[in-house]
Design a binder for this molecule. Structure first.
Ligand code: C5P
Length: 270
């Protein structure tokens, strides 16, 4: 059995308030891409995880979110069986693409089928929320507005499905916590999902302070004829949207040749 763990992109992200629990109340517009990791499962008495793929080495093993998701679901459902999981890792780690969260959500969806629980998504959501702020959005997928820590979800229709998107990461891992902690705590107002194009990612300035190369990524993408250029999540991955696949692929080639060290991924919003 196999399950896609799609990369997450925050089309816009507004921070509203630092909370007493260390998290931030935010408003964000999540979309998912054709590109991502792939999780596979086979029968096994014990629970295990093997890593394959180009970015397997970048994943820390000890506290992997896939195993935490599997253990949480097994405990909640009283499952005694194990599972041999294989994660084919393509999404850069600590990159603002929700890789770990997508993997955890894929584990919940996959094992829900594999262990024949067939729980509705609504029953998996509380488990997802305990695993991380972005895991519920990754579980639901599609175009969703997230509020609270990002775990309170509302479906929205903004007509972006099928849009060609280019993801570019300068191969600098940016830890999420310090980026949030660097926010200037100025509430710049609510996110209107209908006006997301005119909106922003409030984490861009603190992320650029920690990793100045992000400004260079945004500048490089701004020269490619994109209809919109922005950072995703807490960075360092930035994205650009294009009218056509040919425009996107032309941009990918030009960014790649100007910056051979950067990770460049042409894909599509699902
Ligand atoms: O929930 P998750 O483990 O993915 O969050 C990682 C870190 O991101 C948190 O420890 C916190 O520092 C920051 N964060 C936040 N506010 C949010 C989501 C994440 O401050 N709404």
């Amino acid at each position: 059995m196999i399950e896609a763990a799609r990369a997450k992109v925050n089309l816009a992200l507004h921070l509203r308030r630092r909370r007493d629990d260390g998290y931030h109340d935010l408003e964000t517009l999540f979309v998912f891409t054709d590109f991502g990791d792939v999780l596979r499962v086979q029968a096994e008495e014990e629970l295990s995880l093997a890593l394959t793929g180009p970015l397997a080495a970048a994943v820390g093993d000890g506290d992997n979110l896939v195993l935490r998701a599997a253990r949480a679901l097994a405990a909640a459902a009283g499952v005694a069986a194990g599972a041999a999981l294989t994660l084919d890792k393509h999404i850069p780690v600590a990159a603002g693409l929700g890789g770990g969260s997508a993997d955890a959500a894929a584990a919940l969806r996959l094992l829900n089928r594999f262990w024949r629980l067939d729980w509705p998504v609504a029953r998996l959501l509380p488990i997802a929320a305990l695993l991380g702020a972005d895991v519920p959005a990754c579980l639901v997928g599609g175009t969703v507005m997230g509020t609270g820590r990002g775990e309170i979800l509302t479906e929205v229709e903004i007509g972006v499905a099928g849009t060609p998107i280019l993801l570019v990461n300068p191969r600098v891992a940016v830890p999420t916590g310090p980026v949030f902690a660097g926010w200037d705590r100025v509430d710049r107002g609510a996110l209107d999902p209908a006006a997301w194009r005119m909106s922003r990612n409030d984490l861009e300035p603190p992320a650029i302070l920690l990793a100045p190369v992000i400004a260079a990524v945004l500048a490089a993408l701004a020269k490619t004829g994109a209809s919109l250029v922005r950072m995703s999540g807490s960075g360092a991955t930035c994205f650009a949207l294009y009218a056509t696949i040919a425009d996107r692929d032309f941009a990918a080639t030009s960014v790649e040749s100007a910056h051979p060290g950067w990770w460049v991924c042409p894909t599509t919003i699902v």
